[in-house]
Design a protein around this ligand. Structure first.
Ligand SMILES: NC(=O)c1ccc[n+]([C@@H]2O[C@H](COP(=O)([O-])OP(=O)(O)OC[C@H]3O[C@@H](n4cnc5c(N)ncnc54)[C@H](OP(=O)(O)O)[C@@H]3O)[C@@H](O)[C@H]2O)c1
Length: 314
């Protein structure tokens, strides 16, 4: 069996030859700016080398502050971390994609990105308002642009050397297939909700067959209770193997060949979430047999995530 140190540093190859993505990723969807800085720093200190951002999270500057300080303090090179960000729904028109990309790059103070994702397959009315609504409170979608138009603009960012890999997020298999088939540069990563209650088995099989990395968000079920962290199968395995329920869930995700994103906000949880070990085969199989099914995030159907409004620290 693979050792714990190798396991927590698992890297999955990308299909375009541009390198590898560290399986354990830290997500920066954190509404509070001071917590964004401290949690990002703690994640880097704990060993995370993969950071997931988005223009929609409105905190790329704070992530950059923590990352640049942490790299300098610990002598870590830019090439030793993997940074992703995402183009938001209001920037799907091809002429807006490059400006959105450059804005993110400026805020992150980087000169290239490892991965750029289309945040959701839903185009919203273009403009500065991230959440355009009509008078009835309904999202205003943009019917003038197709997902494929946006994908072409993403491909040209790779052509110009601005980012190493591109992919999609919050996409179902039926939306991914036509893009995959028509793409000149194939999606390298798809980021979707996935955990034992939503294993996305069919999508994962497609990804494995085609060398696409499935990057799971909500591996801890967004920490909701009751929920996965209290599932009796998970808690029993945790006691048996001497790990916490969170560590069991994260290990399961890595062991089935996905990358994952987790968002611990305290240093002790950052260490805990990085300190995972491979599960015995019987424990892994037992989790695969869990039959509860639950999707926590409806973004895949609407493009509208249940975002927490930004809270600025005082
Ligand atoms: N593409 C999309 O539409 C999309 C949607 C959602 C998320 N994401 C990405 O995925 C990232 C991960 O978000 P997530 O909600 O899925 O993260 P998560 O780590 O699965 O869940 C976070 C929740 O779990 C709790 N938690 C973390 N570590 C724990 C531990 N060891 N024991 C017990 N509870 C623990 C946290 O509590 P505390 O707050 O108390 O620390 C928080 O409530 C985001 O930051 C973002 O980058 C993407």
């Amino acid at each position: 069996m693979i050792g714990s140190s190798d396991f927590r540093n698992t890297k999955i190859p990308l299909n375009n030859g541009s390198g590898h993505i560290p399986a354990l990723g830290f997500g920066t969807l954190i509404p509070d700016s001071a917590v964004t800085i401290s949690a990002t720093r703690d994640a880097l200190d704990a060993g995370f080398r993969h950071f997931d951002c988005a223009e929609r999270y409105q905190n790329e500057r704070e992530v950059a502050e923590a990352l640049h300080a942490g790299l300098a303090a610990n002598g870590i090179a830019r090439e030793d971390i993997f940074v992703t960000t995402k183009v938001w729904n209001t920037n799907h028109r091809p002429e807006r994609v490059e400006a959105a990309f450059n804005g993110s790059l400026d805020r992150l103070r980087l000169n290239y990105l490892d991965l750029y994702l289309i945040h959701t397959p839903f185009a919203f009315q273009p403009g500065d308002d991230h959440d355009p609504r009509d008078q009835g409170g309904n999202v205003i979608y943009d019917r003038e642009v197709t997902l494929f138009n946006t994908w072409r603009a993403m491909e040209s960012l790779v052509d110009r050397g601005k980012c190493r890999a591109i992919g999609l997020s919050d996409v179902s298999l039926d939306k991914l297939l036509p893009i995959y088939d028509a793409a000149r540069i194939k999606p390298a990563v798809v980021q979707v909700e996935s955990h034992p209650y939503l294993p996305e088995t069919e999508l994962l099989e497609f990804c494995k067959e085609n060398g696409v990395v499935l990057l799971a968000f909500a591996p801890l079920g967004h920490g909701m209770r009751p929920g996965l962290l209290e599932d009796p199968v998970i808690t029993a395995i945790a006691s048996r193997v001497g790990k916490t329920p969170a560590q069991v869930l994260l290990a399961w995700a890595v062991q089935r060949g996905t990358a994952l994103l987790t968002t611990p906000k305290h240093p002790s949880r950052a260490k805990e979430n990085f300190d995972i070990s491979p599960l015995p085969e019987d424990a892994f199989d037992e989790i695969n047999r869990i039959e509860t099914r639950q999707r926590l995030n409806d973004v895949v159907n609407t493009g509208s995530p249940g975002f927490i409004p930004r809270v600025l620290s005082t």
